[in-house]
Design a protein around this ligand. Structure first.
Ligand code: IPE
Ligand code: IPE
Ligand code: MG
Length: 242
């Protein structure tokens, strides 16, 4: 069957799509290039895919750009990634004014350099009234760190007397996550052939469908996304029922 979002129809699209943008380093290595060259190529794929998701009517897109564990990488690679984030945000502030995308950042952004934090704030601020797709960019994001943060907040509320432990339930925890108020991801795509979550949306992905694809992120095209969406549309989700 030919994969095409026109044939899929919006009813079959995920309400929230997550993408673990993986395989940049291997893409560069295959070409004898330094790893940062793979990140530059991956950033271009991200631009194309985010616009495409918005155009076909996906309401929420979350992309995993930098994990809490990615600080372990060599300093020059981390520096190159920070430079790319900065470049993307400057470009978004300058050129994306006609795009109806609302950009948000999830993760502990306080760890970034002050100028990057400022760009993050300005990017969020400049797109906050947009009514189209919500784009969450996960930066210095870890599912465990997010849960620890939520628990810390709840503990503070209990200590302050504004909350009793008996009132802590799933809905209340959800409200303390970075994605508070957003629907859970229906589909998570991981290119590069790896089959693991790597700490992405741990709480939110309890019932997400996973599609792992044997293609490196810089090579990922809108056709590959169509293929994943087609596969998702054919999944039988039971949520524990029958
Ligand atoms: C994903 O690509 C980008 C980040 C984690 C920042 P990788 O850099 O992990 O690429 P591989 O997995 O080493 O090929
Ligand atoms: C996950 O990829 C993080 C991002 C894509 C940003 P990693 O490349 O860091 O994950 P592992 O190390 O293969 O599990
Ligand atoms: Mg990787």
């Amino acid at each position: 069957m030919k994969a095409s979002n026109q044939k899929l129809g919006t009813a079959m699209l995920p309400n929230h799509l997550g993408i673990i943008m993986d395989g940049n380093g291997r893409w560069a290595k295959k070409r004898g290039l330094p790893r940062p060259a793979g990140h530059t190529a991956g950033a271009n794929t991200f631009r194309t895919i985010a616009r495409y998701c918005s155009r076909i009517g996906i309401p929420y897109l979350t992309v995993y750009a930098f994990s809490t564990e990615n600080w372990k990488r060599p300093q020059d690679e981390v520096t190159a990634l920070m430079r790319l984030f900065k470049q993307y945000m400057e470009e978004a502030l300058r050129d994306f004014t006609d795009e109806n995308i609302r950009t948000r950042f999830i993760g502990d952004t306080s760890a970034f350099a002050p100028n990057l934090q400022d760009l993050i704030r300005r990017t969020e601020e400049s797109s906050k009234d947009k009514t189209g797709m919500v784009l969450n960019i996960a930066m210095n994001y870890g599912g465990r760190a997010e849960l620890a943060n939520a628990m810390r907040q709840l503990a503070r509320e209990v200590a302050a007397g504004s909350l009793v432990p008996e009132d802590i339930n799933e809905a209340l925890i959800e409200k303390r996550l970075y994605t508070a108020g957003q629907p859970d991801p229906d589909l998570i795509i991981r290119p590069s052939g790896e089959n693991r979550t790597s700490n992405f949306l741990l709480w939110q992905s309890a019932y997400s469908e996973y599609v792992s694809m044997d293609i490196l992120w810089p090579d990922f095209t809108t056709k590959d996304l169509d293929r994943a969406l087609m596969e998702f549309a054919q999944r039988n989700r039971r949520f524990g029922g029958i």
